[in-house]
Design a protein around this ligand. Structure first.
Ligand SMILES: CC(C)(COP(=O)(O)OP(=O)(O)OC[C@H]1O[C@@H](n2cnc3c(N)ncnc32)[C@H](O)[C@@H]1OP(=O)(O)O)[C@@H](O)C(=O)NCCC(=O)NCCS
Length: 225
């Protein structure tokens, strides 16, 4: 079966320049001049916000392991690479719709993009272990990206295999929902493979409508906020 395209790790095709506005947080716009021949992918992705601390929260997995859910930051690159190293092929496939090789998932440019909170993409991580300790571990990644459809955001999430079924996916969705609302999104969209029963269960519980998408050969889950 030919899928139209894999779910991207970080969407380089995003072509609007609308900024996130996290509730009452202030943006810090600045001007950058580019040559007219610059291609979209050559344009830098300036960080236009201070680090959004308002999303940080302590939370316990079902087995009582304490975790912190917070916005991703640039120093998470190594932890994120380790997270990718441990993902099973099944989880990679369910998240990205393709067995994207590890080398591609942990490429420096890719990790840098994911770790950057900017005008187009935002990511949350769930971290075990104290900040600053050597035992810290990312066990969940939730991403939001703006789409070419106005006021719509797309979600993507993945939880480390060892920590699945501990309530983390549901919790990340709750957080992504709050963030989507706080940036003024009116619709959330997530593409879900038909065999992904867990994600379908979570999406339905949150009130998403699931419809078969002929082009993507997958379920399109949409939620009007
Ligand atoms: C989908 C995913 C993010 C869910 O995260 P999670 O932490 O495992 O999910 P939760 O523990 O919050 O919830 C899972 C629920 O599904 C239920 N469940 C588990 N297996 C199931 C199955 N085969 N069929 C139906 N429900 C199932 C669990 O019982 C649980 O419900 P409960 O809270 O009532 O017990 C995670 O499984 C994952 O990373 N999968 C691979 C990547 C992926 O599929 N991403 C989504 C694409 S956008």
């Amino acid at each position: 079966m030919q899928r139209k395209h894999v779910r991207v790790l970080a969407d380089s095709s995003f072509n609007t320049r609308l900024g996130w506005t996290f509730g009452d947080s202030e943006s810090d716009p600045h001007m950058v001049v580019h040559l007219p021949e610059a291609k979209p992918h050559e344009l830098p992705r300036p960080e236009t916000h201070s680090y959004p601390t308002q999303f940080a929260q302590h939370w316990n997995l079902k087995n009582n392991t304490p975790a912190i859910i917070r916005a991703i930051c640039s120093s998470d690159e190594t932890l994120l690479a380790q997270f990718h190293e441990k993902l099973s092929e099944r989880s990679v496939y369910l998240r990205y719709f393709s067995l994207i090789p590890l080398s591609q998932r942990v490429a420096h440019e890719q990790l840098t993009r994911t770790c950057l909170v900017d005008d187009r993409e935002f990511a949350l991580v769930a971290v075990l272990g104290h900040e600053g300790s050597a035992e810290r571990e990312i066990v969940g990644l939730g991403q939001i990206s703006k789409q070419s459809v106005p006021n719509e955001v797309e979600w993507g999430l993945v939880v480390a295999d060892e920590y699945q079924n501990q309530g983390l996916g549901t919790r990340l969705c709750d957080c992504l929902l709050k963030i989507s609302r706080s940036v003024g999104a009116q619709r959330v969209m997530a593409m879900v493979l038909p065999e992904n029963h867990v994600m379908r269960v979570i999406a339905r519980r949150l009130g998403f409508k699931l419809e078969w998408d002929l082009e993507e050969h997958a379920m399109r889950a949409t939620l009007v906020l």
